[in-house]
Design a protein around this ligand. Structure first.
Ligand SMILES: Cc1ncc(COP(=O)(O)O)c(/C=N/[C@H](C(=O)O)[C@@H](O)C(C)C)c1O
Length: 403
């Protein structure tokens, strides 16, 4: 479970039996398709999830950016985000392992919602840990989790956001490993989580690669995806990593500024790939926002889903080796992109996904400087629409009309 010097299993001894049991199940069911697990998983993604999602040409953006812009529509997956790919895979795996209880963390609430839906679909009791702050800014998703029959446990320690929610969930798991599976929400955590979540999300690039060849007779010149923990990112990239001719761009949250206030221990962004340093978070060595004493800093983003101080170890490694280019756009560019996609293409994206469109505008838009970055995107770009923006309407209205 190593990606260069990132990854690993930095967990308390008490968690090792659960980690080893999970790794054994991952190898048997996911990698070796024991008992037809992966066939069952794909059939449910199709019939319950609604896959495959379209790879749709964005006519207005293609005109604006003078190139072929295609959208991978994970916003059309059941539940409204890519999160179901991973949640369904992990809840199904827990069932095959004989577990009786599911717990999960969530920030934007999309992962929590996806886990709650998967648990209702597979008749598994479910508890979601969610930061108090996030509960208040993602109310529609909190209601959906409850409607799907899950309990939502408010996390009030610290800033009450994702970081604390993950720690609380890990604590519950350590206490109840016998009957409980922890459905982690992104390509983070100790091995095998980053690899397993990537494998469940890789259906995105499996489909996109085939669809791209059908529609344009060749591979795309670039794939662009936002990056919080990095799961929609790794899912959109996985099947293209070996195709050197396809550039891969991970777009992080530049928040309000990339400047970091070390004294206050606050990073007004979540650009861990760009400004982070090597450290351990939630069981893995990766890149993260930490001060000079190694204290994890508070991150920020206008979108809950990108508001995370760490990033997946495999994505960090791909950036270090130069296979993935890490870029970022700030809150304002993301909000402007949120409105632009809604008006120009009739798609209201999640604020997280809007960051990917903010990047396209910044390098290929009418006001963009003539830079080689635009050429990096090439003639044929695929942008991952990781989710839809229903959950963000309240905050987008506030930010837009009270800015
Ligand atoms: C629509 C949408 N797009 C992108 C993300 C970023 O998560 P990754 O895909 O794992 O980088 C998210 C992340 N959402 C998580 C959640 O809903 O709980 C997030 O807050 C954490 C699991 C990281 C999202 O909801």
């Amino acid at each position: 479970g190593k990606f260069g010097d990132y990854g690993g299993q930095y967990v308390p001894e008490a968690l090792m039996p659960a980690i080893e049991e999970l790794n054994d199940a991952y190898e048997r069911y996911v990698l070796d398709n024991e008992d037809g697990f992966m066939d069952d998983f794909r059939a449910r993604l199709r019939d319950f999830g609604g896959r495959p999602t379209p790879l749709q040409r964005a006519d207005r953006l293609s005109e604006r950016y003078d190139r072929e812009v295609y959208l991978k529509r994970e916003d059309l997956l059941h539940g409204g985000a890519h999160k179901l790919n991973n949640a369904l895979g992990q809840v199904l795996l827990a069932k095959y392992m004989g577990k009786e209880r599911i717990i999960a963390e969530t920030g934007a609430g999309q992962h929590g919602t996806a886990t709650a839906m998967a648990c209702a679909h597979l008749d598994m009791p479910c508890e979601i840990y969610m930061g108090e702050r996030d509960i208040n800014r993602q109310r529609p998703n909190v209601f959906r989790m409850k409607l799907n029959g899950s309990e939502v446990n408010p996390v009030t320690v610290g800033r009450g956001t994702l970081k604390e929610a993950i720690s609380e969930t890990m604590r519950d798991w350590a206490t109840n490993v016998e009957d409980t599976h922890y459905v982690i929400g992104s390509v983070v955590g100790p091995h095998p989580f980053p690899s397993m979540v990537r494998d469940f999300q890789s259906v995105i690039s499996e489909e996109a690669r085939t669809q791209a060849r059908e529609k344009l007779g060749r591979l795309p010149d670039a794939v662009v995806a936002c990056a919080g923990g990095g799961s929609n990112t790794m899912g959109a990239f996985a099947e293209f990593v070996d195709d050197e001719e396809t550039a891969l761009y991970a777009v992080e949250a530049g928040g309000s500024t990339l400047e970091v206030d070390e004294e206050a221990g606050v990073a007004p962004n979540s650009a861990s790939l760009t400004t982070g340093t090597e450290g351990i978070l939630h069981g893995a060595r990766t890149r993260l926002l930490q001060d000079r004493d190694g204290q994890i800093m508070e991150s920020h983003s206008v979108s809950s889903g990108l508001d995370y101080a760490g990033v997946g170890p495999e994505l960090a490694h791909l950036v270090d080796t130069g296979r993935v280019t890490a870029v970022n756009v700030d809150d304002d560019e993301a909000l402007t992109a949120f409105h632009r996609l809604s008006q120009m293409e009739g798609i209201i994206p999640a604020l997280e996904s809007a960051h990917a469109f903010g990047y396209l505008e910044s390098v290929a838009g009418p006001d963009a400087p003539d830079s080689e970055e635009a050429d990096g995107l090439g003639e044929y770009v695929v942008v991952n629409v990781s989710g839809r923006g229903d959950k963000d309407l309240e905050s987008a209205i506030e930010e837009t009309y009270e800015r």
